[in-house]
Ligand binder design. Structure first.
Ligand code: 5GP
Ligand code: ZN
Length: 141
């Protein structure tokens, strides 16, 4: 895609610091370095987000996640954990509309990255949860 920054990175038209590459994916350091070693894994095929994957693309891209995670973890003994984040849609903080997976190494609670899940459990009774689950389950049929 012509005006996509990650397609330009994949084609080498914009420089990037690559850590892994094969026929289907490229992994390179995120320019923002939320923490040291923050890496992006992208499919070489331009797809906007997770909703654009078919099974074949998922097989080519998503199966590489553990391998990239392991390489990052093993690259520095100071890495204690790793957040893997995939934003889909502007409302979900996606800013580059070429699907990508963030790998954010964690060095401690005060390493500059944070993510918080609100506890809204009090808002949902069993019926509400069952209804939500049924709506999702129905999509697999
Ligand atoms: P999103 O907000 O879409 O989940 O993440 C997009 C990421 O792409 C951001 O973390 C941002 O720092 C990164 N990014 C944007 N432009 C470039 C670039 O030109 N080079 C690199 N390496 N990363 C970029
Ligand atoms: Zn693209």
């Amino acid at each position: 895609m012509d005006d996509c920054i990650f397609c330009k990175i994949i084609k080498g038209e914009i420089p990037s610091i690559t850590v892994y590459e094969d026929d289907d994916v490229k992994a390179f350091l995120d320019i923002s370095q939320a923490t040291k070693g923050h890496t992006l894994l992208v499919p070489k095929k331009h797809v906007q987000d997770i909703f654009a994957y078919d099974d074949a693309l998922a097989q080519k891209v998503l199966t590489k996640i553990p391998m990239v995670a392991q390489a990052i973890k093993d690259s520095d003994p100071k890495i204690l954990g790793l957040n893997i984040v995939n934003n889909n849609g502007e409302v979900a903080y996606q800013s580059v509309f070429h699907s990508h997976i963030h790998f954010i190494p964690r060095y401690g609670k005060d390493d500059g990255f944070s993510m918080a899940f609100s506890d809204n459990s009090a808002k949902y009774d069993q019926d509400a949860l069952n209804q939500t689950a049924a709506a999702i389950k129905a999509q697999f049929n």
